[in-house]
Structures are given as structure tokens and as C-alpha cells.
Design a protein around this ligand. Structure first.
Ligand SMILES: [Zn+2]
Ligand SMILES: [Zn+2]
Length: 280
């Protein structure tokens, strides 16, 4: 039986694009018996957007987490989900030290083509946005587009400091087996390289349940073959719901833990508050 440390380290709130208050998440975490709850608003980005916390709200966000801590037995942790766009986004370690964050989640939601300034938004609810970007920015060359996503992920792992990598193969979400399949060799080589870098840089990988409960994807991020390879490489994992509402906090987490067990995992990682890092 897998030793699952009951926690969620990937949680959004009204401070960014989430739909619930921090308190509502804390109350749900108490009801579920979570031992740790990590808040991870989308980090500020230096361009107009509707998904990230603002720089001005960061002190309030951190203070509110601190004051909620005095009212709950669930250990609350401070984090940001930092976007990585080469040459554009803020340095992760600076966001962490400026705001005294417990840990950092790194992720790619916006892919920057090698030419031009426009970004390809691969996340969100609309498949049309993905398809339009693929046509406009990559001339429908799916291999070039997907390779650019993975190369941006490699660059993030090589140049930024993070504790957890978010939904590592999110690029598959809006693809839905239309333009490529995950068992094509070129794709597997890219996914494998990401795992090698995750291992080399001691990053924790999450199994993220959001694609399933939002019905945007028919598998977890990452897919089972990546998790099996991650187990072989002894990459630590956590199970995260990427909740944007309190009622999403535990959705599909039992199923995710089952998948981890099927892939050979014996435990999940947890945040050690004394060491100030994840242990596995
Ligand atoms: Zn994300
Ligand atoms: Zn997220």
C-alpha cells in the first residue's frame, strides 16, 4: 500500500484566477483531513493578463496565509506557480526570496515561438485558442509547436530554481490525439529528456488531476508511461488537484494515488517545514 502524505500543494484562489477565498480552501482542507495545504497563485507576469496575482497584492496574500495559520491545524504553505517564458517572466528565485515563499512551482502555459513576440496559450478552457495559435504562430506545424513547448520546459529546468514542476505534459491537453499521439518516437524523446532534467535538478514532479475533473483531458498530467519512467529514475512525486475552487481540492486524488501505486511508487513526497524543502 502506497504511503500517501495527505496534502495539496497546488491551489489557486481569488488572488489569481481561482474562484474561492483562502479561508474556503482551508475549511475544505480541514474537512478532508489534509495535513498540509500549499497556496500557489499564478505568479505576477510583466504583461497585461487576467490570470495572475498582481505585484501589489503579494504582501496581502502572504499576510492572509500567515493570519489563517493561527486558526487551523492544517499546515499552510506559501507558494506561487511561476510561469516561464524566456526573456519575459520574472526570475523564480527572486519571487521566492522577495516574498519569503516556502516553495516554488514552475510551469509553462504560454509558449514563445522562436520568431515574433506573440505567445501560444496552451492552457485554458478553449480548444479554439490552441488551434488558432498553432495555425497563426506555427503554420500548423504540430511537431515544431510541440517541440518548442518542450524546449521551453527544458530551458526552465536548466535556468530557474523550482521545487515542483507543474503538469509537465500539459501540451497534450488540447491536442486530444488529433495532431499527434504520445507514442510517436519524436514526442517520447522530448518527454524523456524532460524527465532526465527533472531528475538532474532534483525537482519534484506532480501528478495533476485537473485535466480529468475539468474533462479537458482523458489522463492525468503526466501520462502513465512518463510516471513509470519517473519511478524508474526515482523522481519524487506529489498528488495535486490544481484546485481553483474549494470543492476541487480532492477531486480524482484517490485515483491519482492509485495510478502512482500502479507505477511502482511506494510513497509521495511531503514538505519538511524544518528543512524548508520537499523530502521523499
Ligand atoms: Zn498551471
Ligand atoms: Zn495551477
Amino acid at each position: 500500500m502506497i504511503d500517501f502524505f495527505k496534502a495539496n500543494y497546488h491551489t489557486h484562489s481569488l488572488y489569481c484566477d481561482g474562484k474561492c477565498t483562502l479561508l474556503q480552501h482551508v475549511e475544505e482542507a480541514e474537512r478532508l483531513g489534509l495535513r498540509q495545504l500549499g497556496f500557489s497563485s499564478h505568479a505576477p507576469v510583466p504583461f497585461d493578463n487576467r490570470f495572475a496575482i498582481s505585484v501589489e497584492d503579494l504582501p496581502k496574500y502572504c499576510n492572509e496565509i500567515d493570519s489563517l495559520q493561527s486558526e487551523t491545524n492544517v499546515k499552510l504553505l506559501k507558494s506561487l506557480e511561476c510561469d516561464f517564458v524566456p526573456g519575459i517572466t520574472y526570475q523564480f528565485s527572486k519571487l521566492q526570496s522577495d516574498n519569503k515563499l516556502d516553495y516554488i512551482i514552475g510551469g509553462v502555459h504560454l509558449v514563445k515561438p522562436h520568431n515574433g513576440d506573440e505567445l501560444w496559450f496552451i492552457d485554458g478552457s478553449k480548444r479554439e485558442t490552441y488551434d488558432e495559435g498553432l495555425l497563426k504562430l506555427f503554420n500548423n506545424d504540430i511537431k515544431r509547436a510541440v517541440t518548442t513547448f518542450w524546449e521551453q520546459t527544458f530551458e526552465m529546468l536548466e535556468t530557474e530554481k523550482m521545487d515542483i514542476i507543474a503538469h509537465v505534459d500539459k501540451i497534450k491537453m488540447h491536442n486530444g490525439d488529433r495532431f499527434f499521439t504520445e507514442d510517436e518516437l519524436w514526442y517520447k524523446i522530448l518527454a524523456d529528456k524532460a524527465l532526465q532534467l527533472i531528475k538532474r535538478h532534483n525537482v519534484v514532479m506532480e501528478i495533476n488531476t485537473r485535466g480529468l475533473y475539468k474533462k479537458r483531458c482523458n489522463s492525468f498530467y503526466p501520462s502513465m508511461y512518463m510516471l513509470t519512467e519517473a519511478r524508474r529514475l526515482d523522481i519524487p512525486v506529489v498528488a495535486n488537484s490544481d484546485a481553483h475552487r474549494a470543492e476541487e481540492l480532492s477531486l480524482f486524488v484517490d485515483e491519482a494515488v492509485n495510478v502512482l501505486e500502479q507505477c511502482g511508487y511506494e510513497r509521495t513526497a511531503r514538505f519538511d517545514t524544518d528543512l524548508g524543502r520537499f523530502v521523499f
